[in-house]
Design a protein around this ligand. Structure first.
Ligand SMILES: [Zn+2]
Length: 67
């Protein structure tokens, strides 16, 4: 199953989502649908794969202070 990585253009968080077909994707944080698809991984073993839920504009891990 394809897992796509997305980045929210509204609040900047990155997240992964399983997508079936052309299902709409919205941000889990701010529910914006202004989402940028990054790339997909197809069952890769995750070597070197860094899944960050933090914000790209700050070094915070939770990004709760920079919205
Ligand atoms: Zn967002």
């Amino acid at each position: 199953m394809p897992i796509f990585e997305y980045k929210c253009a509204a609040c900047g968080i990155e997240f992964e989502k399983l997508v079936f077909g052309n299902t709409g994707v919205s941000c889990p944080e701010c529910t914006s649908d202004n989402i940028v698809k990054k790339f997909s991984t197809f069952g890769m073993s995750g070597v070197g794969k860094q899944t960050s839920s933090g914000c790209s504009s700050c070094s915070s891990g939770s990004c709760s202070s920079c919205k």
